[in-house]
Design a protein around this ligand. Structure first.
Ligand code: GLY
Length: 459
């Protein structure tokens, strides 16, 4: 993986791009975004014309976090909460006619000549519905008509998911072969045809973003730009010949250590429902993914807390710790796994090794606290679940969920997850009503406590 990064940077540097370091994971300039979720985030002011870029072309390997699909982690080959995005950028310099051949050259140049050596016959591309220009450039570059697919906004119009720069895009897919799914191209099967690089033709400013397909184009950007994102982990999976991103060299050692500790064998596949992974495999992947993500987040200064970025980190850590317990290991696990994650990532991010004392002290303290919460809450929750099942209602009451939260600090998302594992729903509406009542009481109480001397709520 480190070599893929090196080759990517070298290719674009040789083609006149400035090498720019990754921005830290917490997105600081944008109130709409908790974490950097794409390589272009640090360049948004350049695209919008708010700042003049010091270079016309740039290349980076950006650390990213995306959590909307957190429940998919481990189940598909494609979802990771932390990933790295290789990207090349043009700020009003080259456009489609430059981006497409530059990408093609890197991925098809043989390995011994510094490229990625993909077989051109196995590459498919997509373009936005009416983007004849991009389709014509692909044909000229060497992709035959039958492997150029046109797709709509959902797949081929890219934005950050929030107001800002956006544009139609063209994606590159690699055909991993019939053992991964049906023939027919990316529109038919996205497991067999793995998307690995997205070339975005940044030319619009959008607002009122409601979904991938519902937004308002406010106007054209001052210049036509290029923003690309190559999923580093996906490219690593392809080039390392492994099934999914949890098995690449930067992640697999964490998974193997978790398997060793819990005595589970990864990839055995017994009890597999068609197309689905064995639950143990899913849990081992969740552990590996989430431990790495926690390391990277704490490394970039995020600490566990009950809101915002800190809560995302807390939730990720808790999911990893719980998955390990479900695999049968009850002791603190981070002291076993975090050093493995550090050793995987430190070759690219040496600060993870030099800062490891700080990082690990936050992580280990969080695990200790969570384990005591779990010890107290699980007994109560197990009893409540047994009771609810005996009563045959299929539902856990809002009062019980509230009591677990209020008295035992047992987070609602965990109650929901555990209840679901037992086939029960939770009266979430009742829970939220009780939470709102409690907040109202706390506010009234705070008002009543104001003395003539000081407003204690500020303290
Ligand atoms: N900015 C392009 C991508 O994230 O796919």
């Amino acid at each position: 993986t480190a070599e893929i990064k090196r080759r990517f940077l070298a290719h674009f540097e040789a083609n006149g791009h400035a090498v720019v370091p990754s921005a830290p994971l917490p997105a600081i300039d944008d109130p709409n975004l908790l974490f950097v979720n794409a390589g272009m985030v640090q360049f948004v002011p350049y695209f919008l014309g708010q700042r003049t870029p010091p270079f016309a072309r740039a290349v980076s390997v950006q650390k990213c976090i995306r959590t909307p699909d957190i429940d998919e982690v481990g189940k598909t080959s494609r979802h990771g909460t932390f990933f790295q995005m290789n990207g090349n950028f043009s700020f009003g310099d080259y456009f489609k006619e430059g981006a497409i051949p530059l990408a093609w050259e890197l991925v098809t140049t043989p390995v011994e000549r510094g490229g990625f050596g993909l077989d051109p016959e196995r590459i498919w591309v997509t373009v936005y519905l009416d983007d004849d220009e991009a389709a014509a450039i692909w044909r000229r570059t060497g992709v035959p008509e039958e492997r150029i697919v046109r797709r709509g906004k959902k797949d081929n119009f890219w934005s950050m998911g929030i107001p800002g720069p956006a544009g139609p895009c063209s994606e590159l897919y690699y055909d991993r072969g019939p053992q991964y799914g049906r023939a027919g191209g990316p529109a038919v099967d996205e497991d067999r045809y793995l998307e690995f690089w997205n070339l975005v033709f940044m030319q619009y400013d959008i607002a009122d973003v409601r979904s991938k397909e519902e937004f308002r184009v406010v106007g054209e950007l001052p210049a036509r730009n290029i923003d690309t994102g190559m999923g580093l982990e996906r490219m690593a999976a392809i080039l390392q010949g492994v099934d999914n991103l949890y098995e690449i060299d930067e992640v697999r050692p964490i998974l193997d250590r978790a398997a060793e500790l819990t005595g589970r064998r990864y990839g055995v596949g017994s009890g597999r429902v068609a197309g689905e992974s064995h639950p143990d495999d899913v849990r081992l992947r969740v552990v590996a993914d989430h431990v790495r993500t926690a390391l990277m987040l704490i490394g970039d200064g995020v600490t566990p807390s009950n809101e915002g970025r800190g809560y995302v980190l807390r939730r990720i850590m808790r999911r990893a710790i719980r998955a390990v317990r479900l695999l049968g290991w009850q002791d603190p696990v981070l002291p076993e796994l975090l050093p493995v994650a550090r050793d995987c990532m430190a070759p690219s991010y040496p600060e993870l090794a030099s800062e490891f004392d700080r990082i690990s002290s936050y992580a280990y303290a969080e695990e200790e606290a969570f384990l005591s919460t779990l010890r107290a809450g699980t007994t109560i929750l197990d009893a409540a679940i047994a009771q609810a099942r005996a009563a045959g209602g299929g539902r856990l009451s809002g009062e019980k969920a509230f009591q677990l939260h209020d008295t035992y600090g047992f987070p609602i998302d965990l109650t929901l997850e555990i209840a679901a594992e037992h086939g029960l729903r939770v009266d979430e509406e009742g829970f939220r009503r009780l939470m709102a009542d409690q907040r109202a009481r706390a506010r009234a109480d705070a008002r009543a406590r104001k003395t003539g001397h000081a407003d204690l709520s500020a303290y």
